[in-house]
Design a protein around this ligand. Structure first.
Ligand SMILES: Nc1ncnc2c1ncn2[C@@H]1O[C@H](COP(=O)(O)OP(=O)(O)OP(=O)(O)O)[C@@H](O)[C@H]1O
Length: 330
């Protein structure tokens, strides 16, 4: 079967900045592919070219067999986008906004009403359907607005659904409804491109991930593949007394420093990846560091996708919070 989306050698420059640098990726029907990258990695530039808002300098984009660069209008009919900015729905109720989006996608009035009701139930926002969005964020919360934007993009089926940070402002309970709704669209045959910088959330839902760093694809594959072949690695997270403390340079601990596969810094946290056979030595070392007040605490856990992401990208420009699930913190 044809890919839903095939991007090949996509390159887009802004002056000296190469925002997209020879990017290739593909999404098959039924797949959710996460596009991960820090601020400025080039995610929005890619989506803008996908929907014909920007022209590539080089490379190709195909939606099914439609050449999206040569035929942007035809391509746009194949794709629905939930953009990162909130949909302009002030003055409308979510019901009206979603119904209008359905009509624009060619559904009849009766189908639009039915579809709107169904997706509102799916997202657990029925209670807000008739509440009017007011200017300056009034009337509806950011989370309900975000879910309304999602519903506007996802209500009528399209071969490709592009979601740009869809869970911003959405509370934890409704996030689950949203992820289930995304998964269902894929199970019904859509390809989904999920643009995000939240690695932990992406891991729960995506089939494959593409990691962008400064415009280039630095890694791609399933979360399991990206987590590494070193599946038996552990992560030692050291909590530092100040941001540039360097416990790896310390000679005090008797146990010696365990061999470190990779390291990343995040504020006052130093995250080290080690082979699991060194876990015991790592704990003795970390205890010694703590006893001598070179660290304020530590956590030892299996490696996560986030660790892999930090290793693939330049850790210094990642500032999101980590998942602490499963960690043992001391
Ligand atoms: N219209 C533009 N003019 C000049 N430079 C631009 C323009 N759009 C993007 N850039 C630059 O291209 C690079 C990629 O930007 P892009 O917005 O695609 O990143 P992003 O991954 O979407 O970031 P974010 O997560 O912050 O939305 C950045 O260096 C950005 O400053």
């Amino acid at each position: 079967m044809d890919n839903t989306l095939t991007i090949s050698g996509l390159t887009r420059r802004f002056g000296k900045v190469v925002a997209n640098d020879d990017i290739s990726l593909r999404i098959r029907p039924g797949e959710v592919v996460g596009l991960l990258g820090h601020n400025g990695a080039g995610k929005t530039t890619l989506v803008s070219q996908l929907v014909g808002l920007l022209r590539p300098d080089a490379g190709s984009i195909h939606l099914g067999d439609i050449d999206a660069v040569a035929h942007p209008a035809a391509a746009r009919r194949q794709v629905a986008v939930q953009s990162q900015s909130q949909a302009p729905i002030d003055g409308l109720t979510p019901r009206a906004a979603i119904e209008i989006a359905c009509r624009l996608r060619g559904l009849s009035a009766a189908e639009s009403k039915m579809t709107t009701k169904a997706i509102a139930e799916e997202l657990n926002i029925e209670g807000y359907l008739d509440r009017r969005a007011l200017p300056e964020g009034g009337g509806l919360s950011g989370g309900i607005r975000r879910l309304t934007s999602f519903a506007m993009a996802a209500a009528a089926p399209t071969p490709l659904l592009v979601l740009d940070e869809p869970t911003n402002d959405v509370d934890a309970g409704r996030r689950r409804f949203l992820w289930n709704a995304v998964r269902r669209r894929a199970d019904e045959g859509a390809g989904v491109l999920l643009v995000t910088h939240n690695v932990t959330e992406a891991e729960r839902i995506v089939d494959d991930l593409v990691i962008l760093d400064r415009g280039k694809v630095v890694a791609s594959g399933s979360p399991a593949q990206l987590r590494g072949t070193e599946d038996h690695d552990v992560r030692l997270e050291l909590h530092l007394p100040f941001a540039d403390a360097d416990p790896l340079a310390s000679e005090t601990p008797a146990a010696g420093i365990p061999p470190v596969r990779s390291q990343a810094r995040r504020g006052r946290h130093l995250i080290l990846r080690l082979a699991s056979e060194y876990a015991g030595q790592a704990v003795v070392w970390a205890n010694a560091l703590r006893a001598t007040e070179q660290i304020t605490g530590y956590g030892l856990a299996p490696t996560s996708l986030e660790d892999a992401y930090l290793a693939y990208t330049s850790a210094t420009h990642n500032t999101y919070s980590s998942s602490e699930q499963g960690d043992v913190h001391v």
